[in-house]
Design a protein around this ligand. Structure first.
Ligand code: SF4
Length: 277
């Protein structure tokens, strides 16, 4: 049984779906597999914690988990759910699969064996691309990553970004990306060498968008080093006026002062919200 929280008309509801139908709401992924549940990160803006406290006990009981697992799910304490990992076998078409929205796969108090088990499953399904993200980048140094694993580090401010970029220099992975979500402060000058992609998103609950200048600064850094940028849907209303202003000029003066053709392509990605990497 796969549970998805759908929201509409200001309310969240829990929906039970089979994996092939349970498409993720994350616009750059096809599915989310929540085999890691719970986190000791303590981020005040954590949406997963709210969902766990509201639905964790119900979901755990419906799946027939042992009472100690159910308790940990309800309290948002780290727990590994290998049965969810096995659900990948139900996805036949090559897909982008995010692991996991309900916890940090390399987080505090997450045993190395859990993360290793996830990596070994990724190796069993080379037809899929597995997208991971952690806020504990130092833990990434323990692992070897298969080519179909995108290794992401989530940052919200300059200190976290600098730490992430330093760790990335020692992480051997085919695709490394910086997830600037929720972007809560300017990241300042960035050296994105070794990074393949930057994703930028907003805090959503409550909605607290970054300043457009912070996005601009990241886009410029990415442009300088010819890196891809993806701005998430939750920032479209913020970036749309800048894009419209660019479109109205439309004489080779890309928005944000970006100069290369590559920069133009980045803005097209932003505009259509359609990643093509
Ligand atoms: S690291 Fe992620 S899952 Fe953990 S508390 Fe922070 S936002 Fe929540």
């Amino acid at each position: 049984m796969f549970f998805v929280v759908r929201s509409g008309q200001g309310q969240s509801v829990l929906v039970e779906e089979s994996v092939p139908k349970a498409k993720t709401k994350i616009e750059w992924c096809d599915y989310t597999i929540n085999c890691f549940w719970g986190c000791e990160g303590g981020c005040p803006y954590c949406v997963a914690r709210k969902i766990a406290r509201r639905f964790g006990r119900y979901i755990g009981n419906r799946r027939g988990y042992a009472s100690d697992i159910v308790q940990r799910m309800a309290e948002f304490k780290p727990v590994f759910l290998p049965d969810q990992l096995e659900r990948i076998s139900e996805i036949s078409k090559p897909s982008r699969i995010f692991i996991s929205e309900m916890g940090d796969w390399c987080g505090i108090d997450v045993p190395t064996e859990w993360s290793e088990q996830a990596l070994s499953t990724m190796r069993r399904y080379p037809q899929h691309t597995f997208i991971t993200s952690t806020k504990q980048p130092q833990n990434l140094l323990k692992f070897q990553f298969p080519d179909n694993c995108w290794v992401g580090i989530a940052v919200t401010n300059r200190d976290m970004a600098q730490k992430a970029l330093a760790v990335f220099r020692n992480v051997k992975a085919t695709t490394r990306y910086l997830m600037c979500e929720p972007l809560l402060a300017p990241l300042g000058e960035l050296d994105l060498e070794g990074i393949d992609l930057v994703i930028i998103g907003s805090q959503t609950n409550p909605y607290r968008p970054p300043k457009i200048e912070w996005i601009e600064e990241i886009a410029r850094a990415a442009d300088r080093e010819q890196k891809a940028v993806f701005v998430k849907n939750n920032l479209q209303s913020l970036v749309a006026p800048a894009i419209m202003s660019y479109a109205s000029k439309s004489l080779g003066l890309p928005i944000f002062g970006l100069k290369h053709d590559f920069a133009l392509r980045q803005q097209v990605w932003i505009y259509f919200c359609n990643p093509v990497w």
